[in-house]
Ligand binder design. Structure first.
Ligand code: NAP
Ligand code: MG
Length: 513
C-alpha cells in the first residue's frame, strides 16, 4: 500500500485540462434533466413524488428530478440496512477498505465529469468543484488506510497468565446526513467512513445537491458494494429526518450542517424510543463564524488576499469561510483598502464559464443573505458590494462592511454567503478577544510576524482549526484534521487519525491460559 498523498489539484491554465473540463461540461449538459431513483437494498425505486434540482446560476435549467422517500420506504431501507449489517460487520476490514480504494480510483478517472455536475448543480467555479472532488478522493484513500491500520488488534500491557487484546467493532445502522456545500467531499467522507468501519448506512442527501449524491450512490454500486450496505434515501430533512433519527434501530447519526438542525438532531437522538437497546451516538459538525486576525507586524498584502479568498471563495458558503476580519488599528486602513480593491476585482457570472463568483445555493439562502446585507448596512460602513447582482440566478455581490462592532449581528451570526464584516482592534490581545467572542469555534487564522504572538494565539484562539499566515479555508485531508469547538460541533476531526473510532466501539477480550 502506498503512503497517503493528497490528490493533486487540476491546473486549468493548461490547455489540455481546460479542454477536458469543457468536454465534461458538454457531456454532462447532454445528461441534464433525467430522473433519479432511491436505492434500497440495491433496488432502484422510482416514486410518484419527485423533487427538482435546478441550476442556481441559471434557474431555468433543470439538473434532474429525484424520487422522494416516504415513511414506508424509510422503514424498508432501515430493514435492508439491518439485514446487510448482519453480514457486512464480519467482512474483513481490509476487504472493506478495498471498496474505497476502488471507488477512489474510479472517481479519479471521472474527475472532470463529477466536477461538471458540481458546476451545474450548486454553482461552484471549476477550481472549487475540482477541490471538492479531490477531497472526496482523499477521504476515501485516507479512511481506507486508516481502517487497515485499525484492523489489527491493539496490543495491551501484559497481565500475568492471560492473553489480552482489544478490537474495534462496528456500531450498526447509521443515518448519514450531509450538507450541500461540499456535495461530494463531505458526503463521501461521512458515508465511506461509516461503511469502511463495518456499519450499514441510510444516506439522506441535502436537497439542493441530490443529483451529485445520486451519482455517488451509482458509483458505489458500480464498484460492487454489497446490497443494503449503502441505501440512498433522498427526501426533505424535515419530513423523513425526524423519523430516521428517532427510529429505535438507528445506532448512530452522522450529521454535518447548520447549528439549528444539529442541535435538533442531538436532542431527538437523546430520547429513548420504545424497543431501543442502546444510547445513540451523534456526531454533529455544525456552523462557524470564522475570522482572520491581522496583527500590526503582518505581511499586509498576503493578509488581504487571504481575507478575500476566505470570505468569498464559493460565495462564502463554507463552514470555514472567513466571514470576519479583525485588524489591528495600526494597519487597519491599509489592509481594508487592499481588501476593497481585491473584492471589487472579483468577476461575477455563470459557473460553467468559470467566473470567480457564482450564485448562492437557492432562493431561501438568497433572500436570507440579502436581508443580512441590509442589517449590515445599519451596523457598519458599506465599502464594497451591497446588493444582488445581474444574472438568471441567485447572484449576490461580494459585500464588505467595515467598522463593525464585535457585538453586531453580522459579527455574531453565520450568514453563509458572500458577506465580510471587518472590525478594528486597539491591540493584538483585543483582536484575539474579539475573535473568541462568538458561540462558534471552527476555523481561525492569524497573520503576524511576531513569534510571541503565535504562542499567545496558539493557546488562546479557541477554534478547532487554527492557521498561521494562511487562509482559514481549504483544510487538507490528513494534514489538517477538521472540526470545531463550541456550537461548531462535536469536533470529530474528519480526515484525522481519531475519526474512524467514532463509528466503532472497542471490545476487550481476555483469555486465561
Ligand atoms: P442544514 O440546513 O442544517 O442541512 C443539513 C442536512 O440536514 C441536510 O441534508 C438537510 O436536509 C438535513 N436536515 C434538515 N432538517 C432535518 C431534520 N429535522 N432531521 C434530519 N435532517 C435534517 O445545513 P445546510 O444548509 O445543508 O449546510 C450549511 C450549514 O452546514 C452551515 O451552517 C455550515 O457551516 C455547515 N457546515 C459545517 C461543516 C463542518 O464541518 N463543521 C461543514 C460544512 C457545512 P434538507 O436539505 O432536505 O433540508
Ligand atoms: Mg439549508
Amino acid at each position: 500500500m502506498l503512503e497517503f498523498k493528497n490528490e493533486a489539484l487540476v491546473n486549468f491554465q493548461l490547455k489540455e485540462n481546460k479542454e477536458a473540463m469543457e468536454a465534461a461540461l458538454k457531456k454532462v449538459k447532454a445528461e441534464l434533466g433525467k430522473e433519479y431513483p432511491l436505492i434500497i437494498n440495491g433496488e432502484k425505486i422510482f416514486t410518484e413524488k419527485k423533487v427538482k434540482s435546478i441550476n442556481p446560476g441559471n434557474v431555468d435549467e433543470l439538473i434532474g428530478s429525484v424520487s422522494q422517500t416516504n415513511r414506508d420506504l424509510a422503514e424498508k431501507a432501515m430493514e435492508a440496512a439491518q439485514s446487510a449489517f448482519s453480514t457486512w460487520q464480519y467482512v474483513d476490514p481490509v476487504s472493506r477498505a478495498d471498496y474505497l480504494f476502488k471507488a477512489a480510483a474510479e472517481l479519479r478517472r471521472r474527475k472532470f465529469e463529477f466536477s461538471a455536475w458540481e458546476v451545474y448543480e450548486i454553482g461552484k467555479n471549476w477550481a472549487e468543484a475540482d477541490g471538492d472532488v479531490a477531497e472526496a478522493i482523499d477521504f476515501m484513500e485516507f479512511y481506507a488506510r486508516e481502517m487497515v491500520r485499525l484492523a489489527s488488534p491493539k496490543a495491551l500491557p501484559p497481565f500475568p497468565g492471560e492473553r489480552n487484546r482489544m478490537h474495534y467493532i462496528p456500531l450498526g445502522v447509521g443515518i448519514v446526513i450531509p450538507p450541500w456545500n461540499f456535495p461530494l467531499a463531505i458526503l463521501v467522507g461521512m458515508t465511506t467512513s461509516a461503511i469502511v468501519t463495518g456499519n450499514s448506512v441510510l444516506l439522506k442527501p441535502a436537497s439542493p445537491t441530490m443529483i451529485i449524491a445520486a451519482k455517488f450512490a451509482e458509483l458505489m454500486e458500480e464498484v460492487g458494494l454489497p446490497k443494503g450496505v449503502l441505501n440512498f434515501v433522498p427526501g426533505p430533512g424535515s419530513e423523513i429526518g425526524d423519523y430516521l433519527v428517532g427510529h429505535p434501530k438507528t445506532r448512530f447519526i452522522s450529521f454535518t450542517g447548520s447549528k439549528e438542525v444539529g442541535l435538533h438532531i442531538n436532542e431527538l437522538a437523546a430520547k429513548t424510543a420504545p424497543g431501543q437497546i442502546w444510547v445513540k451516538r451523534v456526531v454533529a459538525e455544525m456552523g462557524g463564524k470564522d475570522a482572520i486576525v491581522v496583527d500590526a507586524s503582518a505581511n499586509l498584502e498576503a493578509a488581504a488576499s487571504a481575507i478575500v479568498t476566505s470570505a468569498f471563495g464559493f460565495q462564502g458558503q463554507k463552514c470555514s469561510a472567513g466571514s470576519r476580519a479583525i485588524i489591528h488599528k495600526d494597519v487597519y486602513d491599509d489592509v481594508l483598502k487592499m481588501v476593497i480593491e481585491k473584492t471589487n476585482a472579483l468577476a461575477i457570472g455563470l459557473p460553467e464559464d468559470n467566473f470567480a463568483i457564482g450564485p448562492v445555493s437557492d432562493q431561501g439562502a438568497y433572500h436570507k443573505i440579502l436581508e443580512y446585507i441590509e442589517i449590515g448596512k445599519t451596523e457598519g460602513r458599506l465599502v464594497s458590494g451591497g446588493s444582488k447582482a445581474e444574472g438568471n440566478g441567485y447572484y449576490i455581490q461580494p459585500t464588505v462592511i467595515a467598522d463593525v462592532k464585535p457585538e453586531a449581528r453580522i459579527m455574531q451570526e453565520e450568514i453563509f454567503g458572500p458577506v465580510l464584516a471587518v472590525s478594528k482592534a486597539d491591540s493584538f490581545e483585543e483582536a484575539i478577544d474579539i475573535f473568541n467572542n462568538t458561540e462558534y469555534g471552527l476555523t481561525g487564522s492569524l497573520y503576524s510576524n511576531d513569534r510571541a504572538h503565535f504562542e499567545y494565539a496558539e493557546q488562546r484562539m479557541h477554534c478547532g482549526n487554527l492557521y498561521f499566515n494562511r487562509k482559514c479555508t481549504g483544510a487538507m485531508v490528513g494534514a489538517h484534521p477538521f472540526g470545531g469547538f463550541n456550537m461548531s460541533g462535536t469536533d470529530s476531526k474528519t480526515g484525522g487519525p481519531d475519526y474512524l473510532q467514532l463509528f466503532m466501539q472497542a471490545k476487550s477480550v481476555s483469555e486465561v491460559f
